[in-house]
Design a binder for this molecule. Structure first.
Ligand SMILES: NC(=O)c1ccc[n+]([C@@H]2O[C@H](COP(=O)([O-])OP(=O)(O)OC[C@H]3O[C@@H](n4cnc5c(N)ncnc54)[C@H](OP(=O)(O)O)[C@@H]3O)[C@@H](O)[C@H]2O)c1
Length: 257
């Protein structure tokens, strides 16, 4: 198989962002829109957040194609329907997939975890990443260009305010991404994950107050503060624009290890 071509143009590409109703997903939508990327945005329960985001994008970027879609990532049928809707709306499947939506009920101690909570967390975070990837790849492979970015977490490596269920689901995502990057290097599709830590201004961690006294206490973060969704968005856009980067897990943690 021949070498991949250098093509880092993202203007006019179509990105699917799951969980765009949340903090990190919305910030990524704004940043990709700045680069002229068309957007398919999902929400699960918070329709008004994604509608407000769409209205903002339409007023800031006249003529930019955007669509919104309801999707529960725990449901295979919803994920399949999402891809049908995206194709019907935009004419093709996404060129860029940001598998961002995630779930993590904060249960720090293993003995407090039920099997149902374990299963649901892995279903939401890991199983959906696999299904989304299977759905996204055929179009990307056919055009020998694609970017798949997963939202994992610093928790994948063990450091977490949450429990082992959340860490295991996020570590699984990193394994999925690295395996695909190694096996599909010549495909024109890159696979990377961002691994954020202590990002406030999100539904998961609304403010620094929520971190006080936890392993994510801002006073213990080397840079002395929490992170912002926009800082995750900078990295996601960079990954989209850098085809020479694949199989990487990019820690966005203010120096936390
Ligand atoms: N904040 C952090 O410090 C941090 C650190 C590491 C990793 N992350 C990861 O970042 C990602 C985004 O989270 P966030 O920090 O931006 O928090 P957030 O504001 O709470 O966003 C979470 C998003 O995931 C969606 N979601 C949750 N369960 C879903 C389901 N069953 N089906 C479909 N969508 C679902 C939510 O949709 P609705 O609101 O519409 O229901 C929302 O859009 C998650 O994968 C999270 O694990 C966050």
């Amino acid at each position: 198989m021949s070498a991949t071509k250098v093509d880092n143009e993202i203007t006019g590409r179509l990105a699917l962002i799951t969980g765009a109703s949340g903090g990190i997903g919305a910030a990524c939508a704004r940043d990709l829109a700045l680069h002229g990327v068309r957007l398919a945005l999902t929400y699960s329960t918070n329709q008004s957040a994604v509608q407000t985001l769409q209205e903002e994008l339409q007023s800031r970027f006249a003529g930019l194609e955007t669509s919104t879609h309801q999707c529960d990532i725990a449901q295979e049928g919803d994920l399949k329907r999402l891809f049908e809707e995206v194709k019907a709306k935009h004419g093709h499947h996404p060129d860029i997939l940001f598998a961002n939506a995630g779930y993590g009920k904060r249960i720090p101690h293993i003995l407090d975890l039920t099997l149902a909570e374990w299963d649901y967390t892995l279903t939401c975070n890991l199983r959906s990443a696999f299904i989304l990837t299977q759905l996204a790849l055929p179009h990307m492979l056919a055009q020998t260009w694609g970017r798949i970015i997963y939202n994992s977490s610093i928790a994948a490596g063990g450091t977490s305010i949450n429990g082992c269920h959340y860490s295991a689901s996020k570590a699984g995502i990193q394994g999925l991404s690295k395996n695909l990057a190694a096996k599909m290097g010549r495909s024109g599709v890159t696979f990377n994950d961002i691994a954020p830590a202590m990002i406030t201004g999100t539904g998961m961690i609304p403010s620094e107050e929520d971190l006080m006294g936890t392993p994510g206490d801002p006073r213990g973060i080397p840079v002395g503060r929490s992170g912002r969704p926009e800082e995750c968005a900078n990295v996601v856009t960079m990954v989209c624009r850098t085809g020479y980067m694949t199989g990487q897990s990019l820690l966005i943690s203010g120096g936390l290890k």
